[in-house]
Design a protein around this ligand. Structure first.
Ligand code: GTP
Length: 324
C-alpha cells in the first residue's frame, strides 16, 4: 500500500510561526511533527506521497535532507486545492487501497489493524474516529451497526453533532474514492466527498489510545506531552550540566549548558539556552535563543527568535526573529 499525506494547508492557527515555516516541520518531542505522523506507517509501505501546497519547496527540501524509511514523492499544488483537491492532484499511481493521513495528527494508531478492518468490512473505506468532548472544530460521524458511518457533519454546532466521534485524520480508502473527487478545483473532502461515500459503505474505527490534532499552540504543546509520555520523545534525559526534571529533547547543534528545565521541552537545532535560564512545556525552534536568567513557560519560540536576559515569557508564540 501507498500512503497519501495531506500537507498543503496554511496552518493559520499557528501563525506567526507558520508565516515562514510549514507547521508540519515544527519540532515536537525532538523531531518534526510530520516525522511523528509518518512513524505510524508500517515499514512495508511502498511509497509516501506528500500532497503539498503552502511552502511546498521547504517541505520538499527537508524530506530530501532527512530521508525516511520509505520512498517519498512530493506532489505540489499550484494553488490551494483543499483536502479533496489535494488528494485528487496526487491521485496518479495511487495504490488500491491506500492510507490517507493528515499531517498534524499525533496519535497511537495500529495501521495494520486499520487496513485489516477495511479488508474485512469491504466498502470504500475506514476512517479512524477519536472521541472528543468539544466536536465543534471537527467532522462528526453518526454510527450505525458494525460502526458503519451513517451520517457525517463537518464542524457542527453542538446541538447538531450526531455523536462525539470525530474524524481523526487517518483513514484507509479504496482508489475509487479518488474518482469521486471533482478535478481541477478546490474541494473539501470532508464536506463534498465524504457524504457521497456513505451509501457505498464507509466504516469507522474507534481509537482508544491517545489522539490529538496539533494545529493550535495549546494542542501542539499537549501533543508534545503525549509523545513524551508515550515514550515517543526519545530518552528525554536532562543534558549534561543542566538542572531540573525534563523530559527534554535537545536536537543537533543546540547549546544548553547551565540551564534549568521543567517538564516537556524541545530545544531545536542550533537553539541556545543560556545559563540561569528556565524552560518548561515549550518548543524552541531552530536557532531560537533564551538569554541568561530568562524564563520560558508554555510557549512556542519561532526560528531565530530571542527572549532577552531576565525576561519572562508564558503562553506566547513568537514568529521567526520575534523578540521578547
Ligand atoms: P489551519 O489553517 O490552522 O486550520 O491549518 P491547516 O491549513 O493545516 O488546515 P487543517 O488543519 O484543517 O488541515 C487538515 C490537513 O489537511 C492538514 O494536514 C493540512 O496540511 C491539509 N490541508 C489543508 N488544506 C489543504 C490544501 O489546500 N491542500 C493540501 N494538499 N492539503 C491541505
Amino acid at each position: 500500500m501507498k500512503a497519501l499525506v495531506l500537507i498543503g494547508g496554511f496552518g493559520t492557527r499557528l501563525r506567526p510561526v507558520t508565516y515562514t515555516v510549514p507547521k508540519q516541520l515544527i519540532p515536537i518531542a525532538g523531531k518534526p511533527m510530520l516525522y511523528h505522523v509518518l512513524d505510524l506507517l508500517p515499514p512495508d509501505v511502498e511509497e509516501v506521497v506528500l500532497a503539498t501546497g503552502y511552502k511546498s519547496d521547504i517541505v520538499d527540501a527537508y524530506v530530501r535532507g532527512h530521508p525516511l524509511r520509505w520512498p517519498v514523492r512530493t506532489v505540489p499544488e499550484a494553488q490551494p486545492l483543499g483536502t479533496g483537491g489535494g488528494m485528487k492532484n496526487a491521485a496518479d499511481g495511487m495504490s488500491d487501497p491506500f492510507f490517507l493521513l493528515n499531517s498534524d495528527v499525533i496519535a497511537d494508531i495500529d495501521m495494520a489493524a486499520l487496513a485489516r478492518r477495511q479488508a474485512d468490512r469491504g466498502g470504500v473505506g475506514v476512517m479512524t474516529l477519536a472521541e472528543v468532548e468539544d466536536t465543534r472544530p471537527y467532522g462528526v460521524a453518526a454510527l450505525g451497526e458494525a460502526d458503519r458511518i451513517t451520517g457525517f457533519v463537518e464542524k457542527p454546532e453542538p446541538e447538531r453533532a450526531p455523536s462525539h466521534w470525530i474524524n481523526a485524520g487517518v483513514a484507509v480508502y479504496r482508489r475509487e474514492v479518488l474518482d469521486a473527487i471533482p478535478p481541477g478545483r478546490p474541494v473539501s473532502f470532508e464536506q463534498e466527498v465524504v457524504p457521497q461515500l456513505l451509501d457505498r459503505g464507509l466504516y469507522g474505527l474507534r481509537l482508544s489510545g491517545y489522539w490529538d490534532d496539533a494545529g493550535t499552540p495549546e494542542r501542539l504543546l499537549r501533543s508534545q506531552r503525549l509523545l513524551f509520555d508515550g515514550g515517543r520523545g526519545g530518552k528525554g534525559a536532562l543534558p549534561t550540566g543542566c538542572f531540573g526534571s525534563g523530559p527534554v529533547a535537545v536536537m543537533t547543534g543546540a547549546t544548553v549548558r547551565g540551564a534549568s528545565f521543567g517538564r516537556y521541552v524541545t530545544v531545536g537545532p542550533g537553539a541556545i539556552v543560556e545559563s540561569g535560564a528556565y524552560v518548561e512545556n515549550s518548543i524552541l525552534m531552530d536557532g531560537a535563543r533564551v538569554d541568561r536568567d530568562a524564563t520560558v513557560i508554555g510557549s512556542l519560540l519561532g526560528p531565530r527568535s530571542r527572549v532577552h536576559p531576565g525576561h519572562r515569557v508564558t503562553g506566547q508564540v513568537l514568529g521567526e526573529h520575534g523578540e521578547a
